[in-house]
Design a protein around this ligand. Structure first.
Ligand SMILES: [Zn+2]
Length: 117
C-alpha cells in the first residue's frame, strides 16, 4: 500500500531525528561533566547522567514523541483498514492532506475546528 511506505519512511526520519537529539544531548552533558576537574569528578559524572536522562526525556516528551505516537496510530489504522478516515466526522481525509501529513488523524475541517477552540 502506497501510504504505508510514506508513513514508514516518516517513522524512519523521526527515529533518526531522535537519535540525533540524544547524541547532541549526550555530547553536551559530557562537555559539562568534563569541565569539572575537582575531586568530585566521579560524583559529578553521576549527576550529569541524571541530568542527561532528564533532559533526554524532556526533549523526547515534546514533538518527536507525539509524532512517533501519531505515526504508530496511522500504521495501526493501515493494518485495520481504517486509514484516511477522520476520527471525528468519519469522512475521508483528502489525499493531498494525507500525502503531506500521512499521520493526520483528522480532516482539514475538523482540524481547524479543533485549533479554533
Ligand atoms: Zn473530520
Amino acid at each position: 500500500m502506497e501510504f504505508k511506505k510514506i508513513v514508514l519512511k516518516k517513522k524512519e526520519e523521526i527515529l533518526a531525528e531522535i537519535k540525533q537529539i540524544s547524541e547532541d544531548t549526550l555530547k553536551k552533558s559530557q562537555k559539562e561533566a568534563s569541565g569539572d576537574i575537582s575531586g568530585y569528578t566521579y560524583h559529578m559524572a553521576d549527576v550529569a547522567t541524571d541530568n542527561y536522562d532528564r533532559e533526554f526525556s524532556l526533549v523526547l516528551a515534546s514533538n518527536e514523541r507525539e509524532l512517533l505516537f501519531a505515526i504508530d496510530e496511522a500504521l495501526k489504522k493501515i493494518e485495520e483498514g481504517t486509514f484516511g478516515i477522520c476520527e471525528d466526522c468519519k469522512s475521508l481525509i483528502a489525499k493531498n492532506r494525507l500525502k503531506a501529513l500521512p499521520y493526520a488523524p483528522l480532516c482539514v475541517k475538523c482540524q481547524s475546528k479543533k485549533e479554533k477552540k
